[in-house]
Design a protein around this ligand. Structure first.
Ligand code: ADP
Ligand code: MG
Length: 202
């Protein structure tokens, strides 16, 4: 595998992933480290088209179909963007990755968790993040932060989001070495310090 560093940011919508990933990117850039700031679904190219379907398509989407679309985007993203960047020695910061599919499609949509993990493994060719940070937040606060302009995924019911939150926490329990949880009911600055602490331990 590559000689770079692969860090993923996970958690519910509104938990602060994008805010924190941008702060960490800035932190690395100030230390003259080469980073790639990217996201799932839909980093660029074909991924953008898949993102458009996943987040905005307003007809029926079966849970299996949804999973495969996220996985298709992931395969493309890993092969064409993440792996080449890691091979170049870059620090790859990715906003959502494998754990979102386990949490949303596995725990949220209640598909078979082990199957989702196996499919993730196929999509990534076995690549795993060096560090995954889950930002944990109560569902009420996260929905408030997302506000009124919800996309297709954000429009699911509150029970769904409770299952997703619990799913992320289960993932952290299963893989404590890779996955760390930060309580997001804190200031943006305090959370950033905790992120830096975790990253510096790598
Ligand atoms: N720690 C925080 N406290 C209060 N508001 C926050 C915090 N972190 C992020 N926000 C705000 O919440 C909203 C969602 O944050 P964002 O980083 O976009 O979350 P995500 O990418 O996980 O959906 C934004 O308006 C952001 O400014
Ligand atoms: Mg975001």
């Amino acid at each position: 595998m590559g000689k770079g560093l692969f860090i993923t940011f996970e958690g519910a919508d509104g938990c602060g992933k994008t805010t924190q990933i941008e702060l960490l990117d800035k932190y690395f850039k100030e230390k003259s480290k080469e980073t790639l700031l990217t996201r799932e679904p839909g980093a660029k190219g074909l991924g953008i088209k898949l993102r458009e379907i996943l987040l905005n398509y307003d007809g029926e989407v079966s849970s299996n179909c949804e999973s495969f679309l996220f996985l298709a985007d992931r395969a493309q993203h890993v092969d064409c963007i993440i792996k080449p960047a890691l091979d170049e020695g870059k620090i790859v910061l990715c906003d959502r990755h494998i754990d979102s599919t386990v949490a949303y499609q596995g725990y949220g949509r209640q598909l078979d968790i082990e199957q989702i993990k196996m499919l993730n493994n196929i999509a990534t060719g076995g690549l795993k993040p060096d560090l995954t940070i889950i930002f944990d937040i109560d569902t009420e606060t996260s929905l408030k932060r997302v506000g009124k302009n919800k996309d297709r995924m954000e429009s699911a019911g509150i029970e769904f989001f409770e299952r997703v939150r619990n799913g992320f926490l289960e993932i952290a329990k299963d893989e404590p070495q890779r996955v760390k949880v930060i309580n997001s009911a804190d200031t943006i600055e305090n959370i950033h310090h905790k992120v830096v602490e975790l990253v510096e331990k790598l």
